[in-house]
Design a protein around this ligand. Sequence first.
Ligand code: GRF
Length: 196
Amino acid sequence: MHQIAVLASGFGSNAAKLMDYFQNHPQIRVALVVSNNASARVLTKAGERRIPVEVLPGPAWENREKLLKVFENYQVETIVLAGYMRLLPPYFVKAYRNRIINIHPALLPAFGGKGMYGMHVHRAVIESGAHKSGITIHLVNEQYDEGEILFSKSLDVLPEDTPESLAKKVLELEHRYYAPVVENYILHGPDMKISD
Ligand code: GRF
């Protein structure tokens, strides 16, 4: 079994999709859900599915050996970020080089970087007058939103779209594509064969 840890800070709808997608998967399993936030709703979602959780707030990441041990204890091979709001420390990115995946709710490299999360992204897209937005699934390196892009999918931004309506459409794409892209990357590497 290839064991995944899903890291999330908030609601966890993408995390829930990942947990469900891999629930009866023959090769891949969500072995652990991690949050930096003890009251994140994603922890309840994991509990309902009997998936182990760890709460690791900011200071816990300062103790490198102890922190890495948590992931080793669950034999985690791939880290999947699903609305995780903190920058991972460089030692962690190094330990899991090319094995950390993130999803961004817009088409990178535009509309990425520090502070570009949640509704900030959708507001920026609408204000820019862009005709397209979408999702980008990418590997994580030491900079926000700059790792190798594995997959992107675009959608039309309509004249009547608001940040809220755009957020809803983008989230639907995330729910549809994140788990299959993670699966494809783990099983076959960065060449994506994802059907619509
Ligand atoms: C998603 O839009 C994702 O792209 C971003 O954070 C949001 C998480 O939403 N990184 P949820 O917690 O999965 O519902």
